[in-house]
Design a protein around this ligand. Structure first.
Ligand code: AMP
Length: 209
């Protein structure tokens, strides 16, 4: 299955994407993760993207489109994929339509205040990229990754003022994108409030429909 997951920062897009990828046996491709890896490794792409990311702005289309096109050409993406964080602009959506057909676009939506609360509690593993939440999905041992034992960190762009900028940026950019996929009859809306497993069930339902 070839899917796009849409949803503002804090909607649980990463968590749901990972669960769905496992259930479907396809890779979850997160442009945010790929960019963060490039920043950490100090690649040319990472150096270009860093300032945009740290201030909660979008990285320029041409950089992100080239990076995603390259990732979609890899063998594991030939049987399907879950794109998380891409496309974020109409230019990216149009570029994507030239790269591959899509089966559906799942849009996770949630009230803005709930989004800020969720991002504030998020902790990530800098080594294996596992995602936790202080309240809804805590690690077994406080501050330590269950999978690899690394100390968990707060993403620099999860600070409250940056989160608000990211939500505003998202909403401004997402409205035309949501319309774009609605026009192409690909959009499936899912309310992202509640427990992780409840939301998963809702996602599976809309994909069956
Ligand atoms: P995310 O982990 O998806 O929230 O992405 C973190 C940051 O990476 C975003 O705030 C952007 O700066 C950048 N980014 C990720 N995906 C894209 C994209 N498709 N287009 C532009 N910037 C992106």
């Amino acid at each position: 299955m070839r899917l796009v997951l849409l949803g503002p920062p804090g909607s649980g897009k990463g968590t749901q994407g990972a669960k769905l990828a496992e259930a479907l046996g396809v890779p979850r491709i997160s442009t945010g993760d790929i960019l963060r890896r490039n920043v950490a490794a100090g690649t040319e792409l990472g150096r270009k993207a860093k300032a945009f990311m740290e201030s909660g702005k979008l990285v320029p289309d041409e950089l992100v489109i080239a990076m995603t096109a390259e990732r979609l050409r890899e063998p594991d993406a030939q049987k399907g994929f879950i794109l998380d964080g891409f496309p974020r602009t109409i230019a990216q959506a149009e570029a994507l339509s030239k790269l591959t057909p899509l089966d559906a676009v799942v849009n996770l939506f949630l009230e803005p205040e709930e989004l800020v609360k969720r991002s504030a509690g998020r902790r990530v593993c800098p080594k294996c990229e596992a995602v936790y939440h202080l309240v809804s999905n805590p690690p077994r041992k406080a501050g330590v990754c269950d999978r690899c034992g690394t100390a968990l960190v707060t993403r620099p762009d999860d600070r409250e003022e940056v989160v608000r900028t990211r939500i505003e940026t998202y909403e401004r950019q997402a409205a035309p994108l949501i319309q774009y996929f609605k026009d192409r009859r690909l959009l499936r809306e899912v309310y992202a409030s509640g427990l992780i497993d409840e939301i998963s069930l809702r996602v599976q339902e809309v994909l069956r429909a």
